[in-house]
Design a protein around this ligand. Structure first.
Ligand code: NAP
Length: 426
């Protein structure tokens, strides 16, 4: 595959990442890979360049280099591509070069298009949204023991109520769907009369199994003990309940018992009653509502979580709050042999262009990208340097307002301090 690019240049000093085995997620990463980057809208203009220079510094400090390829989406694309929000150049670059990173993109309310983020994830089939949630020393948190949190959430990214299959109240289509559901499917007592909006929640075997497989593979590769399937299958039996059944099938049928142990009865048993082979990753299930309280009350019991789209959206934000909030919460979207790293936060328009937003979330999203590339030393260096910076009291406004005796610095100054720490720690 090689695309022609209209308004962006492919860097001459880099080499493309090569796919070795798509199904098994194997890439060949050259020493100077070409990595597409979208700085993003709003605070993306601040945190994008800051994160880019930190990641370059970590790559160089570990004997590598990155040939960045600036691509555009949202406002920066509209300026260059006659009003287009997501030009082919951008989609093709992320498709071709396999490993990419993006800042936040604004979704204007009522602009007539779905979220650009959702469009990108769906077009390139980034089916797993992955968010590691761990505590960095020095970050203010509402919890008494925030350091107990060390979880990674795998959120299904392409289906569920986010698939966009819904009909607006007052339209002919919504009445057609109502009639079908009431008259042909026999749910005539279920819906109230009068205006109605209807949405469909598709959960497929393919979507569920590949997500759970990714979570289990991650747990094995990163020496994690447990994968928890989080669902509301007691109420939504044929969607959420089925997600869990398919997930358990993956655990039972695709891995040897001494490597992965499926515990389908875990919903109603305590863990002490389950006999797990030593060293095996246990796959258990929990109801989503209970999970939200356990996450706060028994934080250290959870490890890797896998769940449908909407549960993942709620739960990963709640988990992020426990370790200090949006400014530091990283994420990445994974497909087969492809990654698009992006922070959890949005474009925070009221903070945009003021060189004050916290670049940590985007920097740590880059750390996830490095980890996926097999650049484990660079990934750890980034984490250690960020932690060193924050724990020594050099922080952006969002953390400073909840800390005593911290020094408030700009986005640029924070990034420069992280780079100094990279040099000191390397
Ligand atoms: P947001 O952009 O995440 O910001 C909400 C608030 O969180 C900010 O006002 C700020 O709070 C704090 N915050 C977020 N990121 C921060 C950072 N890096 N440093 C410091 N503080 C940070 O959420 P939103 O205002 O609901 O959404 C704005 C736009 O972003 C919307 O168009 C939305 O669709 C889009 N969005 C995009 C993505 C994405 O690109 N993946 C994700 C979510 C939302 P204070 O001002 O109180 O300090």
């Amino acid at each position: 595959m090689s695309y022609d690019y209209d308004k962006v240049d492919v860097p001459a000093d880099g080499e493309p990442v090569q796919v070795v085995d798509e199904e098994n997620d194997e890439l060949d990463i050259p020493e100077t890979p070409i990595v597409p980057i979208i700085h993003g809208d709003g605070i993306g203009k601040d945190v994008g360049p800051a994160a880019q220079k930190v990641l370059s510094a970590a790559a160089e400090a570990t004997g590598r280099d990155i040939a960045w390829m600036r691509v555009y989406a949202g406002e920066s694309a509209r300026e260059r591509y006659d009003g287009e929000n997501l030009p082919d150049d951008t989609v093709n670059a992320i498709d071709e070069f396999r490993v990419a990173i993006k800042g936040p993109l604004t979704t204007p309310v009522g602009a007539g298009f779905r979220s650009l983020n959702v469009a990108l994830r769906q077009t390139l089939d980034f089916y797993a949204n992955v968010r590691p949630t761990y505590y960095l020393d020095g970050v203010p948190s509402p919890m008494k023991k925030p350091e107990d949190m060390n979880m990674v959430t795998f959120r299904e990214n392409t289906e569920d109520v986010y698939a966009g299959i819904e009909w607006e109240q007052g339209t002919e289509d919504v009445e057609k769907v109502r009639n079908f559901v009431e008259e042909e499917m026999g749910f005539d007592e279920t819906m109230h009369d009068g205006p109605i909006g209807i949405g469909i929640k598709p959960i497929t075997e393919k979507g569920s199994k590949r997500l759970v497989r990714k979570a289990i593979d991650y747990a094995i590769e990163h020496d994690r003990d447990k994968v928890t399937l989080v669902h509301k299958g007691n109420i939504m039996k044929f969607t959420e309940g089925q997600f869990s059944e398919w997930g358990m099938e993956v655990a039972e049928e695709e891995y040897p018992d001494d490597e992965v142990f499926a515990a389908p009865d875990s919903l109603w048993e305590t863990q002490d009653d389950i006999d797990i082979p030593e060293g095996a990753v246990m796959v258990e299930e929990r109801l989503a509502d209970a999970m939200l309280q356990w996450m706060q009350l028994r934080t250290d019991e959870f490890d890797v979580l896998a769940m449908p789209n909407l549960n993942g959206d709620y739960l990963s934000d709640a988990a992020g709050a426990q370790i200090g909030g949006l400014g530091i919460a990283p994420g990445a979207n994974f497909g087969d042999a492809r990654v698009l790293a992006e922070p959890v936060h949005g474009s925070a328009p009221k903070r945009a262009g003021q060189d004050q937003a916290n670049p940590t979330a985007l920097i740590l999203s880059g750390r996830l990208m490095f980890d996926y590339m097999g650049w484990k030393d660079a990934a750890e260096l980034v984490r250690d340097a960020v932690e060193e910076t924050i724990s020594s009291g050099t922080v952006t406004y969002d953390l400073e307002r909840n800390l005593e005796d911290a020094e408030k610095v700009s986005t640029t100054e924070f990034a420069d301090t992280v780079i100094e720490n990279i040099h000191d720690l390397a």
